[in-house]
Design a protein around this ligand. Structure first.
Ligand SMILES: Nc1nc2c(c(=O)[nH]1)N[C@H]1C(S)=C(S)[C@@H](COP(=O)(O)O)O[C@H]1N2
Ligand SMILES: [Mo]
Length: 250
């Protein structure tokens, strides 16, 4: 079993938990040290990280960022905890510039045609997981069912963690390799991976693949998502964005 420990993503300024020096981690580090001054914050930050790493090895809550048995995947959440949804409680809303606003249950989504894709997964911080099966409903299927109205140019995604968001242009959203995924690694999507339903945008960095998907809103134009508000590219093609040259995932 591979156990990857990732600093809590809520803590730092960038996706790798680094960057902006006024993140929650610095504050926590300073609290831990009592009346420590700003000048010592970077050192305390590192000390706090290793303490967090040690705790995460034993922490079954996932609060500290451990993803057990992830097969190379790291656990990401910008919030400390995320409610659990199951076949009974889960709903996916499709709204915005559509003719028919709709609400899908998990069973409804399972009843639609399923597409299975096997591609590499690439996070913008550098880690990559080869050949990972994702399976679900093409986003284009849901958009067609809703009937996109004239004037629409983009799609915004909302998550039931209450904080994360993403977006795609309508053209990107209609690609065949963009799924509303119900399965990953040939198993139902686990909560840690954004289950029961996450977005899967195969050709883009994994931050586009919003976990815990609760709403799909057709909009006029793209609105930057959570990480895009923090400096990451909106058009996040693997190898052609964010100043990186990774091999394409598709
Ligand atoms: N709701 C939500 N979706 C998210 C994120 C997140 O923090 N919250 N992190 C993104 C990033 S940066 C990555 S790399 C992947 C991680 O997916 P995993 O936790 O299944 O490995 O989810 C993406 N989708
Ligand atoms: Mo990521």
């Amino acid at each position: 079993m591979t156990r990857d420990v990732k600093p809590a993503q809520a803590a730092g300024g960038g996706e790798d938990g680094q960057g902006t020096p006024v993140g929650r981690r610095v504050v926590l580090g300073m609290l831990a040290a009592g009346a420590a001054g700003v000048a010592t914050a970077p050192f305390l930050q590192r000390a706090y990280d290793s303490a967090l790493g040690a705790a995460a090895q034993k922490d079954p809550t996932g609060l500290s960022g451990l993803l057990p048995g992830g097969g190379g995947f790291r656990y990401y959440s910008v919030t400390g905890s995320v409610p659990e949804k199951d076949a009974h409680s889960y709903r996916l809303t499709v709204d915005g510039l559509v003719r028919h606003r709709s609400s899908y249950r998990l069973a409804d989504l399972r009843g639609l045609p399923q597409t299975r894709l096997v591609r590499d997964v690439q996070c913008v911080t550098g880690w990559r997981v080869p050949g990972t099966p994702f399976e679900g409903v093409r986003l284009s299927t849901l958009l067609d069912a809703a009937g996109v109205r004239p004037g629409a140019g983009a799609v915004r995604f909302t998550c039931f963690d209450g904080a994360y968001s993403e977006s795609l242009t309508l053209e990107q959203a209609r690609r065949d390799d963009v799924l509303v995924a119900l399965r990953m690694q040939d198993k139902p999507l686990a909560h840690a991976h954004g289950g029961p339903v996450r977005l899967y945008v195969a050709p883009m960095y994994f931050y586009k693949s919003a976990k815990w998907l609760s709403k799909i809103t057709v909009t006029g134009r793209v609105e930057p998502g959570y990480w895009e508000d923090r400096g990451y590219d909106i058009d996040a093609w693997v190898g052609r964005s964010n100043g990186r040259d990774d091999a394409p995932t598709t």
